[in-house]
Design a protein around this ligand. Structure first.
Ligand code: ADP
Ligand code: MG
Length: 575
């Protein structure tokens, strides 16, 4: 079969360029990425074989092999996992489907052009955030060859590229099942942290550091090449395979024996993220239903947080991964949580339908949600800076929980904080708001809007500012929904200052204001009628207001009407 040449999709090409001219200083991670992909492929094959016994794949000795050839200066990472079809190779390796790539590349380019070390470090952080996976091979190799055959298919595919714009693909008749990735290594350049990646010592060090917990055996084979053996004969043979990872599940080891770095590497493997997690949660449940869980909060939101994408945590049964994205274990509003749950007593081939009803799954889901929420709350109290960073990114998602998870409403509210007119720098909890409420104040006042400035400059705000009343400044689209779903907090109703008749002051003041207003309404009756006619269908009603002190007029909604921001959001959702 002749090889066909293809061009990389534009964004893929740009990313590759960056890898080739690597700006990422820690090049060792290429091996972590390739081992991680191999491990995923083995997981996938086992899960598929579990569900489909006609697959006809040999799953008796699933493993990863790293073969280093010192003389040829090649490194091969091989697995006998699920493999890829030809279309998959083109789709998965030749293009980058990840959303936000263009924007990421733009930021990175700017950072690089600026040419100062801070910006460069920021750029590195961006790559970390993006996670380039397979392409990281081009940090250390000037040519990469991937040979793969998908389980259940008869022909394989060879993909080759130097990372410079094009790749070739050819069909191969006798490829072993699974995938092998062969790197033609760049010359060693210790100054640029391009180490000798054929050195068994170096390989072991990297695997130990980043991939020790991988449950599949990682076997190292070194090719002796030109070296002479004891009899002076040339020994072109390979060394005996040596398993170089300890294969211990981190969650099964005593906490005191596991370092933070080990937890972080597990997180990176699971989440395909390159940055350390913000928070690690360990749960060890004993009793009638035993399970362990390791949960992580990412430091950065994944790009698909508000669209479809990887969801849920990995579900293991007695150390065996049975589902990669078990959505049933975490409620949708905690979808940013990554991690592992390992249960003692679940059926190995449990189906999605059964999962939803399984009482153990429901029990774990409840416990995990509570634990995650209490962790956020604790972070708020004990590590305010960390919380602030977390809340900025994930608050809008967590608040979605107020719409549906009534059982955990209090726990969610305890994790929540909101921008407020009380302090421009600091957010406040509802609890703090209530404690600061003025004598006689019956409501928790809030205003929703597109931005803090918009809310603060709103004419609705004037009277509240004058009276020294605190108003929550709610600027996330979801805010418009949860304020209706949460009717009150500690007996205090939430009230929008932009809707209908806001009640300020005491009963007496209110009575007086009402009388004044009625009088003025008569005085200005003609003007109001005229205005109403002029504005026609644009407004429902024109009325006098007592709450403006400096602005001449403002638009208000009826208590039941959607606010302008929500109308926009609903319109965006096609409603
Ligand atoms: P990610 O792992 O985050 O999806 P990668 O760039 O590492 O991104 O890999 C892209 C895709 O290529 C993977 O999602 C997987 O579908 C496929 N792939 C990569 N390596 C392998 C492998 N060894 N076996 C099977 N599929 C693989
Ligand atoms: Mg990967």
């Amino acid at each position: 079969m002749t090889a066909e040449t293809f061009e990389f999709q534009v964004e893929a090409r740009q990313l590759l360029q960056m890898m080739v001219h690597s700006i990422y200083s820690n090049k060792d991670v290429f091996l972590r990425e390739l081992v991680s992909n191999a491990s995923d492929a083995l997981d996938k094959l086992r899960i598929e074989a579990l569900r489909d016994d006609t697959l006809g794949a040999d799953v008796s000795d699933l493993h990863i092999e790293i073969e280093a050839d010192k003389d040829a200066r090649t490194l091969t990472i091989r697995d006998n996992g699920i493999g890829m079809s030809r279309d998959e190779v083109v789709g998965l390796i030749g293009t980058i489907a990840k959303s936000g790539t263009a924007e990421f590349l733009k930021k990175l380019k700017e950072a690089r052009q600026a040419g100062d070390p801070d910006k460069a470090a920021a750029a590195e952080g961006l790559i970390g955030q993006f996670g380039v996976g397979f392409y990281s091979a081009f940090m250390v190799a000037d040519e990469v060859t991937l040979l793969t055959r998908r389980a259940g298919e008869s022909t394989g595919t060879r993909w080759t590229s130097t990372g410079e714009g094009t790749y070739t693909i050819e069909t191969v008749d006798d490829a072993p099942q699974g995938t092998s990735v062969t790197l033609r290594l760049k010359p060693v350049d210790n100054d640029n942290r391009l180490f000798d990646y054929t050195s068994p010592w170096k390989i072991k060090e990297i695997v130990k550091r980043y991939s020790d917990f991988i449950t599949w055996p990682i076997r190292l084979i070194t090719t002796a090449g030109e070296q002479k053996d004891q009899d002076g004969e040339k020994d072109g043979g390979k060394s005996e395979p040596e398993t170089i990872n300890s294969r211990q599940a981190l969650w099964a080891r005593p906490r005191s024996e596991v370092s933070d770095e080990e937890y972080h590497e597990l997180y990176k493997h699971i989440s395909h993220d390159w940055t350390d997690p913000l928070e690690t949660i360990r749960i060890h449940a004993e009793g009638t239903f035993e399970y362990q869980a390791l949960l992580f909060f990412p430091a950065q939101p994944p790009r698909d947080l508000f669209s479809s994408g990887r969801r849920g945590v990995q579900l293991y049964v007695k150390r065996v991964l049975i589902m990669e994205e078990c959505e049933e274990l975490v409620p949708p509003y905690l979808r940013f949580v990554k991690g592992v749950v390992d249960a003692q007593d679940l059926s190995l081939n449990i189906s999605r339908e059964i999962l939803q009803q399984d009482r153990h799954i429901q029990m774990m889901r409840r416990r995990l949600a509570k634990k995650v929420l209490s962790t956020i709350k604790e972070m708020r109290v004990k590590q305010p800076e960390k919380y602030t960073a977390f809340w900025r990114e994930f608050g809008p998602v967590v608040k979605e929980g107020l719409l549906g998870d009534f059982e955990n409403r209090d726990a969610i509210l305890a994790a929540c904080s909101f921008a407020t007119t009380h302090d421009a720098e600091k957010t406040a909890t509802l609890q703090e708001y209530v404690e600061r409420m003025k004598e006689g104040q019956e409501h928790i006042f809030y205003m929703t809007g597109p931005s803090r400035t918009a809310v603060e400059n709103s004419p609705h705000m004037e009277a509240y500012r004058d009276k020294g009343l605190e108003v929550l400044v709610l600027t996330d689209p979801v805010d418009e929904l949860w304020v209706d779903a949460v009717p009150e907090f500690q007996g205090k109703k939430l009230r929008s200052i932009a809707k209908g008749e806001a009640e300020l002051g005491t009963e007496e003041e209110k009575e007086q204001a009402k009388a004044e207003r009625e009088q003025k309404q008569q005085e200005y009756g003609d003007l109001l009628e005229w205005l109403g006619k002029q504005l026609g269908d644009e407004v429902k009603e024109v009325r006098l207001s007592s709450r403006l002190t400096t602005s001449p007029a403002c638009v208000v909604s009826d208590a039941d009407d959607a606010t302008p921001g929500l109308r926009n959001m609903l319109r965006a959702m096609g409603q």
